[in-house]
Design a protein. Structure first.
Length: 190
């Protein structure tokens, strides 16, 4: 018994130091737990270098000055009364009538009465005489035109919208496809 003890003790020490996975599974199927690395792949992916935007441009109207003939006053028809045509003439006007009067004279033979004619007193008075009566005359005034500058829009104001698309580039990147972990793998027999 004393000889068996050192042998058993040597066998236990040998088994303890020879603890490889293959040594542990001598008669059956063995699996080892292994660490799996992360799996990466390099891919091309689109990257926005400059975002798209909308630009609004408002243009001014184009205006040109044009000279044009403009009616200032329309044609008119008026009726004007002309004054009558007169002439100054001298007319005799009796201021005092003529007639008779008695004159008494005294002479050597006594008193004498005589009937003496008295001439009429006439005065020349100027007088306006109508030679031609006044008339109603038709007067036509032609239309009056003037040249004036007028603003004419050649092109109206406009609002133009420009859509600028985004600028997209390609970028190579390393992408994680599968996260690593642990797995059981069949152990190789030694």
């Amino acid at each position: 018994m004393s000889s068996r003890r050192p042998v058993a003790l040597a066998a236990i020490i040998f088994l303890a130091f020879d603890a490889s996975p293959a040594a542990a599974c001598r008669g059956g199927e063995c699996y080892d737990r292994v660490r799996l690395p992360d799996v990466y792949r390099t891919v091309d992916r689109p990257v926005v270098l400059r975002p798209g935007y909308r630009e609004v441009v408002e243009t001014e109207p184009v205006v040109v000055m044009r000279a044009e003939r403009v009616l200032v006053a329309p044609r008119r028809v008026e009726y004007v009364r002309t004054p009558p045509v007169t002439r100054t003439m001298l007319q005799e006007v009796v201021v005092r009538r003529g007639g008779w009067r008695w004159e008494t004279t005294y002479g050597p033979y006594g008193e004498r009465r005589c009937k003496v004619p008295v001439p009429a007193e006439v005065k020349l008075v100027p007088r306006e005489v109508v030679v031609a009566p006044g008339r109603r005359v038709r007067v036509v005034s032609p239309p009056v035109y003037a040249m004036r500058e007028r603003a004419v829009a050649v092109r109206p104001a406009a609002r133009i919208i420009y859509d600028h698309p985004p600028v997209v580039g390609r970028e190579r990147a390393r992408v994680l496809v599968r996260r690593g972990g642990s797995a059981w793998v069949r152990a190789a027999n030694w």
